[in-house]
Design a protein around this ligand. Structure first.
Ligand code: PLP
Length: 460
């Protein structure tokens, strides 16, 4: 059945088909059938084109994923070749070469003794599988109660029941039944929004003590995992104070709590390293989840990499006859894995990690230069992740509706001027393709700055 507005809007081909039949993520139900999302027709390098012929810089890197940029022949060739060689095989009974080789490569790139890879279909299924692994692990170890998960307010981990329940962004929760007595939240390590008058050092102590108290309140024998992004990406590029992850990891070790580092955004180069946990945040967690950048967004793929130490406790002689019966039809999909292998080759050959490490300080400095604009409360980031936070009323301790309205209007101005930014509440978030140059960073910051100034003048 078609929705009635069809004829009011006229038949515009694919856009009309989308309005009539496509349910998008984050669909505003009041506008179902009338939404006017731009349609992208093609892309190349760091640019995408919309159906109005606008050429736009991909400021958010799709959704934090277009690491090596669009239209790379190497990836297209790898996908075609694998599709013609072996387009599918059942991961429940067989293995394929690309999945085996990719697991080997990821084990080499991952920190410490994280040497075993389980493939999924994307980020949500990666985190979901990591949490299900924690449940399985504790059951095999005979610790049936040790299942509670501690997560952070403003964290984002995905859209399955379990990962959505672990996501603390208020925006994602209404009208879903996510409350669970197995999931507990602690504060986001958001230095900008820390209690007024508290020093950064005191804030770090507060965060660590909050975690310690939460473990004590739940009972360490009941806590299975701490789940955390190295930096809260969708929560607004919240980079924790230095030492935060190490101190929390210490507490996890004391109580045999698995530390799951959700690197769906940060892995594969976003912070200038294959993985950020060890090289940027100085920890070797028990499990790391990844997705997005592993294929630079060319095909869906995700996974987790687990330490030898953890696996050793429940495998071989310690397995007690157990089967880890979690998995997907497309776990280790050969074509996705071939795309990932080609992507890793391009990142290595083109020295993209080195490029990110060289370019990121300039990116951060240029984003930081926007902090002096009158209605900007904070700018922050690390690597090639940046955020500009709109604050129209400095006396307010929380973001206001007007702040969010401002970010939306800045987003619209940027779009008209040829730049996509990602508005999240009152924040404009950037995570461009990793191949971005200094000149392109200047263009991004120039457009963003002019758009902020224009909206500021309208609001005053
Ligand atoms: N984890 C983090 C940190 C994410 O940012 C996301 C998505 O943005 C996910 C998990 C879920 O990944 P996906 O959308 O591929 O399922």
């Amino acid at each position: 059945m078609n929705i009635e507005v069809r004829h009011e809007l006229g038949d515009e081909g694919p856009k009309d088909a989308a309005r009539q039949h496509l349910i998008n993520p984050s669909e505003e139900m009041a506008k179902l059938g009338r939404s006017d999302r731009p349609l992208f027709t093609h892309a190349d390098g760091i640019y995408v084109w919309d159906d109005a012929g606008r050429k736009l810089i991909d400021g958010p890197g799709g959704m934090w994923c277009t690491q090596i940029g669009y239209a790379r022949r190497e990836i297209a060739d790898a996908i075609r070749d694998q599709a013609m060689t072996l387009s599918y095989n059942s991961p429940w009974y067989f293995v394929n070469e690309p999945a085996a080789e990719l697991a080997r490569r990821i084990a080499e790139l991952a920190p410490g003794d994280l040497n075993h890879v389980f493939f999924t279909t994307g980020g949500s299924s990666a985190v979901d599988s990591a949490l299900r692994f924690m449940q399985f692990y504790n059951n095999v170890l005979g610790r049936a109660n040790k299942k509670a998960i501690i997560c952070r307010i403003d964290g984002y981990h995905g859209s399955t029941q379990l990962t959505a329940a672990c996501s603390g962004r208020a925006w994602n929760r209404p009208n879903f039944d996510l409350a669970s007595d197995q999931i507990a939240f602690i504060s986001a390590p958001n230095t900008f929004r820390r209690p007024r008058g508290m020093s950064e050092a005191a804030f770090l102590n507060f965060l660590v003590e909050e975690f310690r108290s939460k473990v004590a309140e739940l009972g360490p024998e009941n806590v299975g995992a701490f789940l955390a992004e190295p930096l809260l990406a969708s929560g607004g590029v919240i980079v924790p104070p230095k030492g935060y992850h190490q101190r929390i990891l210490e507490i996890c070790r004391q109580h045999d709590i698995l530390y799951i580092s959700d690197e769906v955004v940060t892995a594969f180069g976003r912070c200038g390293h294959w993985f950020a946990s060890e090289d940027v945040f100085d920890i070797v967690p028990d499990i790391i989840t990844f997705a997005k950048g592993v294929t630079s967004g060319y095909l869906p793929l995700g996974g987790l990499v687990i330490s030898d130490a953890v696996l050793g406790r429940i495998s071989g002689e310690n397995a007690k006859g157990s089967f880890f019966t979690n998995g997907y039809t497309y776990s280790g999909h050969p074509v996705s894995c071939a795309a990932a292998l080609a992507n890793i080759d391009v990142i290595s050959r083109d020295r993209i990690l080195e490029h990110v490490r060289e370019t990121a300080p300039y990116f951060q400095e240029r984003i930081g230069s926007l902090r002096d604009l009158p209605l900007i409360g904070d700018t922050r980031g690390t690597g090639l992740l940046g955020c500009v936070e709109c604050v129209t009323d400095p006396s307010s301790e929380q973001a206001t509706k007007l702040d969010a309205e401002m970010a939306l209007r800045v987003d619209r101005e940027c779009y008209e001027a040829g730049l996509i930014v990602r508005p999240i509440s009152n924040m404009c978030v950037l995570s461009p393709p990793l191949i971005i140059t200094r000149e392109e960073i200047d263009t991004i910051v120039g457009i963003l700055g002019r758009s902020i100034e224009k909206v500021t003048n309208e609001l005053r």
